[in-house]
Design a protein. Structure first.
Length: 150
């Protein structure tokens, strides 16, 4: 009887303690991520976006490209070559203008080039100046200015 009571107590502690431990670990991870400021964006002018533009940050060469003729409300491709990258995301905004939430996760193809098809919203003011922010592994951030077609 005493052994049975001890086993039930262990089971209760595991049933309560294990979920609490998981919540504590998750909270710690989220807190650490929130505490880490995003990297400062490196400006990458790209006069020929279809050909791609390259920069070197540390030991990594990064090439970013997007379609040559971009129109709002029409899908176009974005691509990033970043050796050794695990996660690449791109978001789009206009300077001093909130264009809503538009974050895209790029997926690697068979050659290791990260790609995504994206669509930009139309700007009611008629502006065509955009900045694509590319985040690579939460350690590298590039700001790539470009313009859309009419």
């Amino acid at each position: 009887m005493n052994l049975e009571h001890g086993n039930r107590m262990k089971t209760k502690w595991l049933a309560v303690g294990l979920p609490l431990l998981m919540v504590a670990i998750t909270a710690l991870v989220l807190w650490r991520e929130a505490e880490t400021p995003p990297p400062v964006a490196v400006n990458l002018p790209c006069p020929t976006p279809a050909a791609g533009c390259t920069t070197r940050i540390g030991n990594r060469a990064i090439t970013v490209g997007l379609a040559d003729k971009i129109k709002t409300l029409q899908p176009f491709q974005v691509w990033v070559k970043a050796s050794g990258a695990d996660k690449v995301q791109a978001s789009f905004a206009m300077v001093d203008m909130n264009m809503g939430f538009n974050l895209y996760t790029l997926r690697p193809d068979s050659d290791g080039v990260f790609r995504a098809k994206v669509t930009l919203p139309a700007c009611v003011s008629g502006r065509r100046d955009w900045v694509m922010t590319v985040d690579i592994d939460k350690t590298t951030r590039l700001a790539v200015p470009f313009s859309t077609e009419l």
